[in-house]
Ligand binder design. Structure first.
Ligand SMILES: [Cu+2]
Length: 158
């Protein structure tokens, strides 16, 4: 009886190993893009963030070598005018992706260190409260772009 109990405990412990590894990759960033900026001093980056973990997470900061200041922003209606407003964090709930897109939540790239040209990729580091840091390569799209969806996807359809 004792031997059997020991065996069950061992099997249970082994089963936990893959779960622990999966938890490290619970945040998935899909279809990131940034708006090209050839003359302006600012730009913005957009993406969809999935949380495959079991607990709510939050995007709390971002940084990039192409911008001296990077903030998390949203848009609000203020007297009939759309205005951008910094937010402290962007919630990334389990099973409910955070969608950053023009006119809504975005990563604001302020005081660019150089032009952002369509076709290039810029590095962007995202810091999550639980998942830690992720550095991604963000494709730069033309100034009038509204996002992916013209055969530009990477097979991520949730
Ligand atoms: Cu903004």
């Amino acid at each position: 009886m004792i031997a059997r109990r020991f065996l069950l405990a061992t099997v249970a412990a082994l089963a936990l190993v893959p779960l622990a590894e999966a938890a490290q990759d619970k945040v998935e960033i899909v279809e990131p893009w940034a708006r090209a900026s050839l003359s302006g001093r600012n730009s913005a980056a957009y993406m969809t963030i999935h949380n495959h973990g079991t607990e709510k997470d939050e995007l709390i900061a971002a940084s990039s070598p192409v911008a001296r200041v990077v903030e998390l922003h949203t848009h609000i209606m203020d007297g009939g005018v759309m205005r951008m407003r910094p937010v402290n964090a962007i919630e990334v709930n389990v099973g409910e992706p955070a969608v950053l897109r023009p006119g809504g939540l975005h990563v604001m790239l302020i005081d660019l260190t150089r032009d952002l040209k369509a076709g290039e990729k810029i590095p962007l580091t995202l810091r999550f409260r639980n998942a830690g840091e992720r550095t991604i390569e963000v494709p730069v799209l033309a100034p009038g772009a509204t996002g992916h969806g013209h055969g530009h996807g990477h097979g991520h359809r949730h």
